[in-house]
Design a protein around this ligand. Structure first.
Ligand code: SF4
Length: 237
């Protein structure tokens, strides 16, 4: 059994590359990077390319991403020789409209994210002992206490956030230092970029994630939320 607390104390002193190297050494091919090709994900994709170039890279292709996001993914495959595993929901957008009505995201975004993100990721992570994410503490109040390593009760595996302690400035400094391609929407005021119907640009000074599910009582798609457990199925590590 891993000493998660001890490893976290160690990782807090280490660079993200050291943490990724630990993952590659400890977990071999039993982990995957999950990214939506936002700035933190770009940094991790680049770092992982140098440390564990064959590590799977998974993205949730909801069928509702911006054209700029699809173009960026294609550019990374072309220029960095990576293969992105695009995970699709069980239903196309049209099929979902047939089952649940048009624009479910406007009426029940939790249900829509559940169908198009949460369930597909659960399926995609089956068999993996760990997943890596670009979540950072400075992204929102709900992410402020993000540990670098945690047991993910939703997916029953380890969740590693090597950039948890990084700031947005550090991420962009890395992107510019290595001239990494990034989503052009960032230059148009889009701070956090998800699905097209649920993302808008933010005004200067506005919270970076205010453009996600704007006007809805929702701040997370659900993949980073812990599974709700009952005393009988809760587990400890
Ligand atoms: S972000 Fe919006 S469109 Fe995308 S899955 Fe969630 S609710 Fe649906």
């Amino acid at each position: 059994m891993l000493d998660i607390a001890g490893l976290n104390a160690q990782f807090e002193q280490e660079a993200p590359q050291d943490i990724l190297a630990w993952a590659a050494e400890t977990l071999a091919d039993r982990f995957a990077l999950v990214t939506s090709f936002q700035p933190s994900g770009l940094v991790l994709t680049h770092m992982l390319g140098q440390i564990a170039p064959h590590a799977p890279i998974i993205t949730l292709d909801t069928g509702l991403l911006f054209p700029e996001t699809y173009a960026l993914m294609a550019q990374y495959e072309r220029e960095y020789g990576i293969t992105i595993q695009r995970v699709s929901p069980a239903q196309t957008v049209a099929e979902q409209a047939g089952t649940h009505g048009d624009a479910l995201w406007a009426r029940d975004p939790d249900a829509c994210c559940g169908l198009r993100k949460v369930a597909p990721l659960r399926q995609a992570l089956t068999g993996y002992e760990a997943w890596i994410t670009g979540v950072r503490r400075d992204q929102s109040a709900s992410r402020r206490n993000t540990p670098i390593l945690a047991w993910d009760t939703r997916h029953n595996n380890l969740k590693l956030a090597p950039l948890a302690a990084w700031t947005e400035d550090m991420v962009w400094t890395y992107i510019h230092a290595y001239a990494l391609p990034y989503n052009l929407l960032h230059d148009q005021g889009y701070a956090s970029i998800g699905c097209q119907p649920c993302t808008r640009a933010v005004a200067p000074g506005e919270d970076k994630r205010a453009g996600r599910w704007s006007g809805q009582n929702k701040v997370e798609c659900g993949i980073h939320l812990p599974e709700v457990t009952t005393p009988s199925d809760a587990r400890t590590v």
